[in-house]
Design a protein around this ligand. Structure first.
Ligand code: IMO
Ligand code: MG
Length: 423
């Protein structure tokens, strides 16, 4: 019987802990697939006393016998990918045996990164706070039908097509009066393209179809978060891909009927890195406290993350869009020391209460909070539901009732082992 493809999606503004959960769940799935985004992602894994950050490589890489698919909707930077592979190889794992790459994934060129920097420099106050990995310009070329794809590296005229696209980028950079080295990063990039040729390059849609037909379940690993989705996030302060459930189908070439469970991940509080609206952001010592306890600094850029209370209005919106079947709650242990814990349960916009995310989320939104007594107990060593304090269970129950979806996994620390399953 044909298997289903289950999905892990971040429900907030990214950095929810997708890497850890995919790593935990990957033991049950023969294959893990990335379907969108690129090296703007930074997924952290911790096991056997070691830590690891993956960017383009799926988080299933450390599971024996796993197939890790870089799907068609991904944008791939050969240079970062090669570096990542070297890090994986240093752990005693041969990346070529575990990774396949879609021929239809688009390539990030060195000039895409320059354009990212140039656009940000020109944006002044409207800066997106991009990770500067070239994501936006690469997706722009994809949609504009100028892009280069992984499969193109095998064609005889690849270098000519590269030169043509590079020249186009140079014209854009000149228009922006951005200074650059015309050969910036090119030699290294071409070497990394040769390295890509050593991998199995696949027709992703057939590859995925065959795995499922063989009864092999696949776990799709989302990058970024649903509030950063190009259509449904806090536009224009978003990333340039579909981070919501629809992106799984377009990014892998998969029919919606073949999607099984949708695991939605959220932190017990909220963070955001980069610019853009964030209704529950805290500018006081509580925000700073969350940042310190949660080590809220970017895994890719090292930037301090903005912190705030859990936003249930935004969460309900993304649970709806993604059709979440199972909720996964991360970093609850970071709230251990708090006397009271707050969650935003309504927005006040123009003096009116609403439980919906408005069209323009950057308008003046006053978050309305519900307060909960803290549990004031160290949760990190707890490994079973029975050991959890009543106040904590009440808080989780409130979230489940508000969202109408059960919390089936609770994570109480970065390690694989610090995970409670509730089914
Ligand atoms: P993971 O997968 C958090 C943010 C950037 C910026 C905006 C656009 O680790 O959760 P981009 O480089 O994509 O053009 O930046 O999106 N952003 C992320 N924030 N986690 C991520 O990935 C992110 N990837 C991009 O900070 O505000
Ligand atoms: Mg991250």
């Amino acid at each position: 019987m044909s298997s289903k493809l289950d999905v892990v999606l971040g429900l907030q503004w990214g950095d929810e802990g997708k890497g850890k959960i995919v790593d935990v769940l990957a033991g049950r799935y023969p294959a893990v697939a990335r379907f969108q985004g690129g090296p703007n992602a930074g997924h952290s894994l911790h096991f056997d006393g070691k830590s690891f950050v993956v960017r383009s490589i799926p988080s299933g890489i450390f599971r024996d016998g796993s197939v890790n698919i870089i799907g068609s909707g991904v944008v791939l930077d050969p240079v970062t990918f090669k570096e990542e592979c070297a890090n994986v190889a240093a752990m005693g794992i041969e990346p070529k045996e575990r990774i396949v790459i879609s021929k239809k994934a688009h390539l990030i060129l060195p000039t895409h990164r320059l354009l990212d920097a140039a656009y940000e420099a020109a944006a002044g106050k409207g800066k997106i706070g991009s990770t500067l990995k070239g994501i936006g310009p690469t997706y722009t070329d994809k949609v504009g039908r100028h892009g280069l794809r992984v499969g193109d590296i095998l064609t005889p005229d690849f270098k000519d097509r590269f030169a043509k696209l590079k020249a186009r980028h140079h014209r854009l950079l000149d228009d922006l009066h951005y200074e650059y080295d015309p050969c910036h990063g090119e030699a290294e990039w071409m070497e990394a393209v040769d390295f890509l040729k050593e991998f199995e390059l696949v027709d992703c849609e057939y590859f995925v179809d065959n795995l499922l037909k063989e009864g092999k379940a696949i776990l799709a690993e989302g990058a970024q978060g649903s509030m950063l989705d190009v259509d449904f996030g806090s536009y224009p302060f978003v990333t340039s891909s579909s981070t919501t459930v629809g992106g799984v189908c377009t990014g892998l070439g998969l029919a919606p009927s073949r999607v099984g469970k949708v695991f939605g991940i959220f932190k017990a509080y909220c963070t955001r890195v980069g610019s853009g609206p964030f209704p529950t952001e805290l500018f006081d010592e509580t925000g700073e406290r969350l940042r310190q306890i949660g080590h809220e600094y970017g895994a890719v850029t090292g930037r301090p993350r903005r912190c705030g209370w859990l936003d249930l209005v935004a969460l309900k919106y993304t649970v709806m869009i993604d059709g979440v079947t199972d909720l996964i709650m991360m970093k609850s242990d970071c709230l251990d020391g708090f006397e009271t814990i707050k969650a935003c349960t309504a927005y006040k916009v123009d003096g009116k209460l609403t439980d919906q995310v408005p069209f323009d989320i950057s308008t003046e939104i006053e978050p309305v909070y519900t307060e909960f007594p803290g549990w004031k107990k160290d949760l990190t060593g707890i490994r079973s539901e029975d050991g959890l304090p009543k106040e904590f269970k009440d808080y989780v129950k409130f979230i489940e009732d508000y969202l109408g979806v059960p919390v089936t996994i609770i994570s109480l620390g970065p390690d694989r082992e610090a995970t409670i399953e509730r089914v």
